[in-house]
Design a protein around this ligand. Sequence first.
Ligand code: UGA
Length: 440
Amino acid sequence: MAMIAARCPQYEVMVVDIDGERIGAWQTDALPIYEPGLLEVVKQARGRNLFFSTDIPAAIGGAEVIFVSVNTPTKTFGEGAGKAPNLEFWEKTARTIVGASSGDKIVVEKSTLPVRTAHAMERILNSNGKGIRFEVLSNPEFLSEGTAVRDLEQPDRVLIGSHETPAGLAARAVLVEIYANWVPRERIVTSNVWSAELSKLASNAFLAQRVSSINSISALCERTTADVTEVSRAIGLDSRIGKRFLEASVGFGGSCFKKDILNLVYLCESYGLDEVARYWESVVLMNEYQKGRFVHTMVHAMFDTVSGKRIALLGFAFKKDTADTRESAAAVVARKLLEERAIVVVSDPKAIANARRDLADAPAGRVVFEEDPYAAARGAHAIAVLTEWDAYRLLDYRRMFDAMEKPAFVFDGRNILDHEALHAIGFNVFPVGKPPLKHF
Ligand code: UGA
């Protein structure tokens, strides 16, 4: 919304939320999320044509187009628990929109939702008894955290799904017009509503599948003398495959991949497509395997016990340049190490506050939070790199080595460090998908 406001001064954008604290924070320089470049974009428009409020009915009443981007977490109860999305917030929002509207409106589905949700919402919206007509569009968001501003400025594509009726096409044209203020027309793709909804789930499933595919190969590389970086480079140079999203890691995280694949799995199951469901589910299972495998390697390398050993985790965010820790592989690694009775030291340049919340139930005294990586490594038996923060490439590993217990280990869950150099310092180095460099 900030990008729309910044690029289109002729529109008035009102952002509303039930959370007053967040709405307050959006009006300061301490935004409620960390995203490089976002504050600059917000500042361009804030107070000019970008406003924040908790008065939801007033904002609905005054709007011609309403973007709905409420959260759709995985259901934790009832039918579809653990897989299906919880649509409670979406439905409540639809009912709020009906209640506060007195004229026709376009409602844009921005949250990632399973296929045919727009249809259900339309039924709620259009059975309003006030004679108001709502046109529902699907406009899934493809930005990635950490690069959101660039992704919004220069998107690969903007996808707009609508009904192919005269009213649907007219609504679609309104939304195309908004994006056309800065996105080249050929990148604004239109489709029917269901295709748009499915494209979003399928895009994330394909991306996650690439990571799981290369991670599956990383397991094989570790058993042989193949090197996953070399394999990745060799296959990525095939232009049909392409090189992005082929970096082996401790496992993918984030609020989207797992949730969206499970949505897809649930969708397939509910259409009786069990083979298709199992196929996509295996992408998630491979990811669970990769996280478990990483911890197994750590424990096994450290003489089959980490009990009472201090282990420094470098990075807790699910990827660099974000404070987001949702579904982060680091949280799984931390928990598994705690089960093994290690002392876990969590370090991260931006995500310490979230890490504290995520690990609030950890046994007392067994988790330590240290923003400073040198302090984290002091007295540790091992360092595990779990987030690919650029700063971690530049640390003084000699200094860290000197302050650690011996033998000292590095487990590079992101393959971002100079393994030969670390080995020369004296570390036993365990990358992902490459032979370890050991001194014993
Ligand atoms: C993802 C998609 O990339 C976006 O297009 C989509 O809009 C978004 O989900 C969403 O549905 O909202 P995001 O979750 O922000 O974006 O992060 P990604 O950059 O996709 O990374 C996901 C995870 O995969 C991270 O943990 C990352 O470290 C990991 N990853 C990525 C790898 O392990 N290896 C790779 O080669 C690439």
